[in-house]
Ligand binder design. Structure first.
Ligand code: FE2
Length: 385
């Protein structure tokens, strides 16, 4: 059993007595393959308030790609683009568009993480590899998860450079202020028809995760469409991966639309935590981040009822919440505030969630209907409903 404590998120062990053969310290980085990494980096700095950290490209000796590393509090994003027509990265780009390729997990021992998962059936992406420079060494190893998405294990206890060996520190004269984004709360994967349980079992068997919340198509549906979702968590609760699959409805599910445009399974949204959602969302809007349309008045009229026992603890100004289009949900332990962006690419694929947890550990099940109706309004405009 791992001795990692949940100081960060205040979660107790989700399961006791199970073997945590894959102790995870947190999310290390998320790497995107994009068409133009220089411009993507500029967008994430300008719109989301990420800070310049590191760079690798022609100037550092690479010939085939360039990568920009950005950070905000505990969140680290890497944007990589191919520089030549024969780069294998192009296949990913043509097939999926700008997309998340690597969800990297910070571990104490990358070789052991690789061994434990591959002996349980994980498909190899990268054998354990030691990279060194004047700042020390990093050990990385990667396995495939759903689609072409990869989990990279990163062991960096003997490294004190900017990011990884081969990258140089990126000092920029352009440094927009952060927007209060703190850490990755969860990352959601969309998988194909009837594949959800296959991947739930994969996370249980290969990664030692547990399924701690499930939603079926009776709970997640609108007049037109439906989906099913199961939330997988690692032993210390720091890493949460909900898995969605489409379900039959009168019209096309948003998950189907994603699968069509992404060209298969992939990361649907990244939820990022903030301590002050009103300030963060106001900042993001002022910087041009586009959010889904506001739920109707009836939704806000029902907020006190949805808060139930937590009504007295609710600190925010409901009018301000409504003005920004933020949604409110509650569970036994507390409440949460959340809002969703529109897709950040032209393909209707990856989007972001901004979430503030006030004790609640859920995922906003009480908001699913309002959220999906809002997504359907966008789908209708795209002609994909
Ligand atoms: Fe979410």
């Amino acid at each position: 059993m791992s001795d990692i404590k949940n100081v960060e998120y205040g979660l107790e062990k989700i399961f006791e007595g199970a073997q945590d053969f894959l102790p995870l310290l947190g999310t290390d980085y998320v790497e995107f393959i994009v068409g133009n990494a220089k411009q993507a980096a500029h967008y994430y700095k300008t719109a989301f308030g990420f800070q310049s950290v590191a760079y690798a490209g022609l100037e550092t000796g690479l010939r085939d790609r360039a990568s920009y590393v950005l950070k905000q509090d505990k969140i680290r994003f890497v944007f990589t683009t191919p520089l030549t027509a024969d780069s294998p990265l192009n296949d990913h780009l043509v097939k999926h568009g700008d997309a998340v390729k690597i969800v990297a997990l910070w571990v104490e021992d990358a070789r052991k993480s690789f061994e434990e998962t591959t002996k349980r059936g994980a498909k190899v992406f990268m054998e354990p590899t030691v990279e060194t420079d004047e700042f020390g060494e990093v050990v990385r190893a990667g396995i495939y998860t759903y689609g072409e998405t990869v989990h990279m294990f990163v062991e960096r206890k003997n490294y004190n450079g900017a990011f990884l060996p081969g990258y140089r520190e990126w000092k920029s004269d352009y440094n927009p202020a952060p927007t209060g984004l703190k850490y990755v709360d969860h990352m959601v994967g969309n998988v194909g028809w009837n594949e959800m349980n296959t991947w739930v079992k994969w996370y249980e068997d290969v990664m030692g995760f547990v399924n701690f919340l499930s939603f079926d198509d009776k709970q997640i549906n609108t007049e037109y469409s439906a989906l099913m979702s199961k939330v997988m968590s690692n032993g210390n609760g720091r890493i949460k991966f909900p898995i969605n699959e489409p379900a039959e409805g009168m019209k096309k599910s948003q998950i189907e639309e994603y699968l069509d445009f992404y060209g298969g399974p992939g990361v649907q949204h990244i939820a990022i935590a903030t301590d002050d959602i009103i300030k963060t969302v106001s900042d993001l809007k002022a910087r041009g981040v586009e959010f889904l349309s506001q739920p109707p008045q009836a939704y806000y009229d029902a907020v006190p009822e949805r808060l139930g026992a937590h009504r007295g603890a609710f600190k925010e100004d409901i009018l301000e919440i409504q003005k920004l289009g933020i949604m409110v949900d509650a569970d036994e332990e507390g409440y949460l505030l959340q809002i969703f962006t529109k897709p950040v690419e032209d393909r209707p694929t990856l989007f972001y969630e901004i979430i503030q947890r006030m004790g609640a550990r859920g995922f906003g099940a009480g908001n699913f209907k309002a959220l999906f109706e809002s997504i359907e309004r966008e789908q209708a405009l795209r002609g994909t409903l």
